[in-house]
Unconditional design. Structure first.
Length: 211
């Protein structure tokens, strides 16, 4: 086999789902395809998150002698501290009328979270440009935060392009001069999913921060 294909298959393998035991867990961060009796699934593994999503189903009924798979989401790092979300809201309000950005990162060795402000190369009421920061050893991006100043929270086409290849939660705070509007989604290698609601502890912290 061509050496390039060997390298590609090594970095992004396809695994047959067994019928009588669980799929062996991934031993390091990465992605792989799970070929199952009920379709083809993408598995994404990070120290802080494991996600399995169906990519496709079979177009006709045919016996595939593999086991079945299911969509899964495991937040391995635990709950993101609400106090860090409130700290970002304070940053966003201080930056008005301009946008602001920060990352909430998690240390896989210590289990600790921290808020990492993103120094802007340029920013204004409708844009924010920054260089991606270099994280410490064992740190992982968990929540990518940015604000929309006085405007409402939503994900733009620019956000879609920026988030296309990432694995993270993305948080937008809008209307930062008052109780903020909030948009939250999971980004998983080009798939964007509404988070299904903002954690109550985040809402409480944001309410207290603007009181």
């Amino acid at each position: 086999m061509n050496p390039i294909d060997v390298a590609l298959q090594g970095s992004f393998p396809s695994v047959m789902v067994p019928t009588r035991e669980p799929v062996a867990p991934m031993t390091q961060p990465g992605e792989r395809l799970l070929v199952a009796a009920d379709g083809v699934f993408l598995e994404i593994s990070r120290p802080w998150l494991r996600v399995v999503r169906r990519l496709s189903s079979f177009n006709w009924r045919t016996p595939v002698p593999y086991g079945v798979a299911s969509e899964q989401t495991e937040l391995l790092c635990g709950a993101v501290p609400a106090v860090l979300v409130a700290q970002f809201a304070a940053m966003a309000r201080a930056a008005l009328p301009n946008e602001a950005g920060a990352w909430i990162v998690w240390d896989a060795a210590t289990g600790e979270f921290r808020l990492l402000p993103l120094p802007a190369l340029s920013h204004g009421p409708g844009h924010l440009h920054y260089d991606r920061p270099v994280l410490r050893d064992d740190e992982w991006l968990v929540v990518d935060c940015h604000s929309h100043g006085h405007s409402k929270a939503y994900f733009s086409s620019t956000d879609d392009r920026d988030d296309q290849h990432d694995v993270k939660l993305a948080l937008v705070l809008g209307n930062c001069d008052r109780a903020p509007s909030i948009a939250l989604r999971l980004c998983a290698k080009g798939r964007f999913e509404d988070a299904g609601g903002v954690p109550q502890k985040w809402l409480a912290a944001l309410s207290g921060e603007v009181a």
